[in-house]
Design a protein around this ligand. Structure first.
Ligand SMILES: [Zn+2]
Length: 274
């Protein structure tokens, strides 16, 4: 009997160890990825060198002071959970209904040798928690266009202000936006309105991708103009999100609206420490 019992005890011990390592594994992987990124990257700008050394460990230090990010690796290091996605801004050509939405917008220049195609795309980068950016990339081939777009998205990262401005909800949680904002580009006007918990993102599909990566969960919207031109729609969406943070609001409204600037995780940590 005893030899049988011993292995079971060992197994139990092993599983406990495994659980511990699983919890730590994510942290360790993130740290390893960070180390690899750091080794490959040789910073060129002064800001980049400070980030590499660790003098600047918070992206707020850059965004709040209006310091321009000129190297995409800065965003990679300071926002470890960054995700990227491509927006469908183009259309495939063809008969029989064609016009299927595509990632790349294909345009052509007529030359003596024939048609010279170019590809353009929009990328969105965000950490699902208060930071998001979009970038436009154009090239003669698809792959460099995508790389340029992702790079630009990382350079154009902005901070989002979240809260609950819905009178139907009033939960003081940062699941929606604190007040109505409007963005405009070309003929497109996009209005984002606070919505109660559980509403979801009631916006056009490409804007949904942006708002999801920004960490906003519930929102209502209204658009006006030629929203079929996705370039203008995406720009209008970013203009609206920019207004969330640029609008000046007396601090007495912060608490009733449940307002959080940037990352929720970081803000709760700071509050707990206080
Ligand atoms: Zn609410």
């Amino acid at each position: 009997m005893k030899p049988e019992e011993e292995p079971s005890d060992k197994e139990a011990e092993n599983t406990e160890e495994v659980i511990e390592t699983v919890e730590e594994m994510e942290v360790r992987r993130a740290r390893e990825k960070r180390a690899i990124d750091k080794e490959r990257w040789k910073p060129k700008t002064g800001t980049g060198k400070k980030v590499w050394e660790g003098t600047i460990a918070d992206i707020d230090a850059l965004i709040d002071n209006g310091i321009k990010i000129l190297e995409p690796e800065i965003t990679d290091l300071l926002l470890p959970n960054l995700e990227t996605d491509l927006l469908l801004i183009g259309q495939s050509k063809g008969k029989f209904g064609g016009g299927k939405r595509r990632v790349f917008k294909q345009t052509q220049k007529k030359t003596q040798e024939g048609n010279k195609p170019k590809f353009a795309t929009f990328a969105v980068a965000g950490n699902n928690d208060g930071y998001v950016g979009v970038g436009y990339g154009k090239s003669k081939e698809t792959v460099p266009a995508r790389e340029k777009a992702i790079r630009n998205a990382k350079l154009n990262i902005i901070k989002i202000r979240r809260g609950c401005g819905s009178w139907q909800c009033g939960c003081k949680g940062p699941h929606s936006i604190p007040f109505t904002v409007e963005g405009k580009c070309g003929s497109v006007i996009l209005r984002l309105m606070p919505a109660p918990r559980g509403t979801g993102l009631c916006v056009e599909h490409e804007c949904q991708k942006i708002l999801k990566l920004a960490g906003i969960k519930d929102v209502w919207s209204k658009t006006r103009g030629q929203t079929g031109s996705k370039y203008n729609l995406v720009r209008a969406c970013m203009a609206a999100l920019q207004k969330l943070i640029t609008m000046k609001l007396s601090s007495r409204y912060h608490e009733p609206l449940g307002m959080v600037e940037g990352s929720i995780a970081k803000t709760t940590e700071v509050k707990q420490n206080e």
